[in-house]
Design a protein around this ligand. Sequence first.
Ligand code: SF4
Ligand code: SF4
Length: 469
Amino acid sequence: MADNVGNADARPDLDLEGEFGEDEGTLTEQEIADAMAGCGQAAVGMPVGGADAQDDLRVRPSEAERSGHPAPSGHPGGHPGGPDDRQRHGGARSVGFRPGGGPAALAYEARTGIKAPRIIAWEITRSCNLSCAHCRAAAEFGHYEGELSLDKIKEVIDDIVTISNPIIILTGGEPLMRPDIWEIVDYAHEKGAMPVIGTNATLITEDIAAKMAEHKIPRISVSIDFPTADEHDAFRGQEGCFDASIEGIKIAKRHGIGVQINMTVTTLNHTKVEAVHDLAESLGIDAFHIFMLVPTGRGSDLLDKELPPEEYEKVLTWAYHRQKTSPLHFKPTDSPHYYRIIRQLAKAEGKKVTREEYGLDAMTRGCLGGITFCFISHTGDLQPCGYFDMQLGNVKDRPFSQIWTDSQVFNDLRDYSLLKGKCGACEYKAVCGGCRARALEITGDYLEAEPYCIYEPPGWTGACDETDV
Ligand code: SF4
Ligand code: SF4
């Protein structure tokens, strides 16, 4: 049976039982925020690509077309108003949903000793109107063979809800390109799950935003990597991306949809994190999540753009300090050692990482892949996350619930005592765990040490892994 909390012997200076995992009564907001951080989903809706200009973006209709659909003044979902009354978790806070807190999940956990999935990222289509350079899915416009039908998706949802009531991140590709998306959303709601959407926002019209509100989408996430249109469009190789996404964000907000901005940090933009944060703040969005590039999929071409571990550490340290005064919720993602850094910096400040002092950051873990999170591909393959390039079963062949329960890889990831190298020796492994996708990509072994962490645990006597990076 997997130990989902970690190993007490590996954390001598930490009171992790009090900090992490056992009392999950208020995890709702964090997990919705985490979901939209979409660990393993940095590619969600990410632009770039080749073509030039708006036509090729296949973006929203013209202003004239939009003007026929005036925005409502608010949404019953209760989106916060101005900066003064903005809640840290924005639109998600009003949802009051507890992923993995329903009777099916509790019964499943009691029966198996395995945590029920709380967040499932589901690539409902790989087709995308954009084609960003660092896209996990390497998605492009057009039809992809073997995508799950609506009936199959409903069948899989029927099975998922026998073991949990998760947040389901509908992602892609660009999920808004799937014509039956609202049926999927409604079915997920009907069955007790919580659907949210990761989108590039370029397709969001007044009509689409109104549908999001009508179909009770609490939040969307949108990727913005640079603070200016020139830089952003150049990075994505597609003129007009930036303006189209910003416009989509504004429209969504006018309809009361919570919005989160995701920024993928690379050597190209790591000095611009503050500026993108400030842009997000000026737009009045709810959350700002920095993603550390995981070079898989099309993003593997950007391997040389991944920050060196020391710079990586600096960005995460910046996040720790900046979020103290920012009105936005932060969630460094695909950077599990942030949860080690929180504890190190708090200790240096004479503080303990408690829920009272650090809010819900004290209660989550760095890498959740296979633990409470997983990814379903457009053709039905199940993975620990979108970046973890290993298929553990296909929902066309076996029920989701069976794969989640029986997969050896999932069960390995749940047993922190199996971690190797310095991660195995690390006192922070229960709250961090290292990025298993990076370990897999670089070493071929998903249990090996996280290659992008500079920390050397006191008990670690092996070679310093990051010298190999
Ligand atoms: S050594 Fe591994 S477990 Fe420890 S902080 Fe670094 S990545 Fe996390
Ligand atoms: S392996 Fe873990 S930390 Fe890495 S991208 Fe996947 S979920 Fe995130």
